[in-house]
Structures are given as C-alpha cells and as structure tokens.
Write a protein that binds this ligand. Structure first.
Ligand code: V47
Ligand code: SF4
Length: 359
C-alpha cells in the first residue's frame, strides 16, 4: 500500500489513484496539501474559470411514493393541500416561465417527488411545453429514480422512456437520486427506491441515447469514507465507459425536518476535504460543482479553492428541497453578485450553458 507521500507524488504526476489511495487521502491527507493538489488539477482543466448559469428549478410535486429518511421535502401521496402538498402541471410551469423575458434563462431543472400516478406522458407534457414556449431553454429533467418509476408505471423499458422524453425535448438528466450507492447504507436511508445498479443503468442508457447527465453524492450522514470512495469509483468506471457525465455534485446532508435530524451536520473543513478528494479521484469527470443552495453561499465560494469550478446557477427562489431541510430560505443570486464575488476570490466568472459551452 502506498504511504501518504507516495500518493501525493502520484497525484502530482497525474496518475490515476486507486480506491485505497483515495481512502488514505480522506483519512490521513493534510487539508492544505489536498487543497493545493485539487487546485492545481482544476487549474490544469479549467484555468481560473468559475462557471455558473441562469436557471430555475420546477418541482412539480412533493408527493412521493418513497420515504427517504434524509428527505424533508416529500409528503405521503394521500396527504392533502392543507398538509402542504402540491401537484403542479403546465399551468404552473407557464406562470413560472412567464416571469422571465426571452433570453433571461438558459436552463430549467425539473425534479420532485415520485408521484404515484404520473408516468412518462406527464414527463413528456412538461418537457414539450417548455420547448414549445421557449425552444432555446435547455431542459434538464428527472432523476434516474423518477425515470425508473415513469418507465414502470408506463410499462416501458428505461431506454424507451428516455427516447420518448428525448423526442419531447429532454436535453439532459440531473444528478439526483444517487445518494450513496453502497447497498446496506442505501437501504437504511433511501428505503425501496432504485438501487445503485439501476441508477447507474439509467445514466448508462441516457448516455447511450445521447443525453448527458450529472451525478450527485449525499454525504455526511451514516456513511463512512469507504462508502464515499466506493460511490465515486462506480461513477468513475461508468464515465470511463460512456464519457456522458458533465459534473459531479457532492451534497452535504442537511438535518432539519427529517427522520435523521438526530445526526449532526459535518463541518466546513469536512466539506472542503470532500471536494478536494473528489477532484483528485474523479479524473475523468470534467466539472466539480458546489451547489450553493445546499452548501451555503460563503461555503460555495470557499470551495472554489478546493477543486470546484462550477457554482450552479442563479436559481431565483425556485426550489424548496433544501430550504425545507434547513438551508437558505428563498435562494436566489444575481449574475452581478455571482460575478463580482467570484472575481473577489481571484477567479474569472464564466456564464455557461448546461453542457458547459461558454456563453
Ligand atoms: O437526490 C434531499 C438531495 C437531491 C436532502 O444535476 C438532500 O445539476 C442534503 O440532485 N440534505 C436532489 N441533500 C437535488 C439534486 C441536484 C441539485 C442541484 C443540481 C443538480 C444537477 C442536482 O437532493 C436528492 C438528495 O440527494 N437531498 N434531501 C437533505 N436533507
Ligand atoms: Fe421521494 Fe426523492 Fe424525497 Fe426520496 S429524496 S422521499 S425519492 S422526493
């Protein structure tokens, strides 16, 4: 087994590190060294660019057939409007879109609860509605868990479901639903939802039909470092095979209003360590995203020094998933603010589209 100095040297030579190496970096790596290594890798890949986009989220429903223990957002399918449940369709989507003049948005991100009665037809309806109203907007919609459910309800294969959605205008898949792939941990925190192999298979199939995607990792709950390494390793393998992932997004577990609220949230230092190790280990996924809505604005800017090159987007107060879990209320950042704060930290703010072409 390599000692920590040998692993540092390996990283400096840009050799791929093993799972064992990554585990050792988590356990024994000095934060300052990890920071320097991750930073050099991000500079090699992206120079001093820090990407963002102009996006909103649309969350069609918070009804969900699953009951993940970390989730503060979902409600039981039979809950009533008085209990805070919503079921939105194209009418509400139109109200959202109409708030923005043409050209003011480049992406709509759609995700929500797994609705008991909504199959692929509903997905097609939402996606094609956006394309009809705003053909220039990139539609990044439906996690692998939502796709799996739609396919089941509509009695279609995953490939057929993805092809139908793509034909309706779907452009890419978001990275949600990945949580943590290890089966024992996943079973404990994410109940009966799509297992790891299924999540990976949906993304493999998406890449095969020409849809790129992102990948997340929910960390800082009951997993240990070996589970994080296993998670990233499975993503690295799939990326070697398909090349279809655009970005990796670590999501720190937030502990308000859910069934695991007894757990403490991890520290800022732990977040930074995690970003740095992810940047070093995932040598084949081009972008590393700090989703400021979840992480906190200051924390996300800080992460730019630890390998992160992407801040996600303006968001404009359009998501509830994180505020319900204890994160920022009414999350919204202006382009001007993002740009000037990124510059303050010594990086160059670059507006991108959803597949990281510069605008
Ligand atoms: O899969 C839910 C996470 C994800 C909590 O692809 C929680 O660009 C922390 O995937 N604490 C959905 N995390 C959001 C998501 C996402 C977000 C931004 C950008 C992209 C992208 C994808 O939210 C879920 C789950 O892992 N989540 N509850 C919580 N209490
Ligand atoms: Fe449902 Fe997603 Fe929440 Fe799990 S994380 S309960 S699948 S909305």
């Amino acid at each position: 087994m390599n000692n920590i100095q040998e692993i540092y040297e390996k990283v400096k030579r840009r050799e791929r590190i093993s799972e064992e190496d990554a585990l050792r970096l988590y356990e024994e790596g000095e934060l300052e060294v990890l920071q320097q290594l991750a930073h050099q890798i991000r500079i090699d890949k992206h120079d001093d660019k820090a990407f963002y986009n102009r996006n909103i989220h649309f969350e069609p429903t918070n009804k969900c057939v699953y009951a993940c223990k970390f989730c503060s957002f979902a409600r039981k399918p039979k809950s009533t409007a008085e209990e805070g449940v919503w079921d939105f369709g194209t009418e509400e989507l139109k109200v959202q879109l109409d708030k923005y003049p043409v050209g003011a948005l480049s992406e709509v991100h759609i995700t929500g609860g797994v609705h008991p009665d909504r199959g692929v037809d509903f997905g097609e309806e939402l996606v094609s509605f956006i394309k009809k109203e705003r053909p220039e907007i990139h539609v990044k919609a439906f996690t692998a868990v939502e796709i799996t459910w739609m396919a089941k309800l509509s009695k279609l294969s995953v490939a057929e479901t993805l092809k139908k959605l793509k034909k309706a205008g779907l452009d890419s898949l978001p990275g949600g639903g990945a949580e943590i792939f290890d089966s024992a941990i996943r079973r404990k925190i994410a109940g009966g939802k799509a297992p790891a192999d299924r999540w990976l298979e949906v993304h493999r199939e998406a890449h095969r039909v020409g849809l790129s995607s992102n990948a997340t990792m929910l960390y800082g709950h009951i997993e240990d470092y070996s589970h994080r390494v296993d998670h990233m390793s499975r993503l690295r393998q799939l990326q070697d095979e398909t090349g279809g992932f655009n970005s990796f997004i670590p999501l720190r577990y937030r502990n308000e209003n859910n069934s695991m609220s007894n757990l403490k949230e991890v520290s800022l230092e732990e977040d930074m360590r995690n970003f740095a190790v992810a940047r070093i280990f995932l040598d084949n996924i081009p972008h590393l995203k700090a989703y400021w809505v979840m992480l906190g604005v200051e924390e996300a800017f800080k992460a730019l020094d630890y390998g992160v090159d992407d801040m996600d987007g303006t968001v404009d107060d359009s998501t509830k998933i994180y505020s319900m879990a204890g994160s920022i209320e009414n999350p919204s950042l202006s382009r001007e603010y993002l740009t000037s704060r990124i510059a303050d930290r010594g990086f160059r703010a670059i507006e991108r589209n959803s597949v990281y072409e510069e605008i």
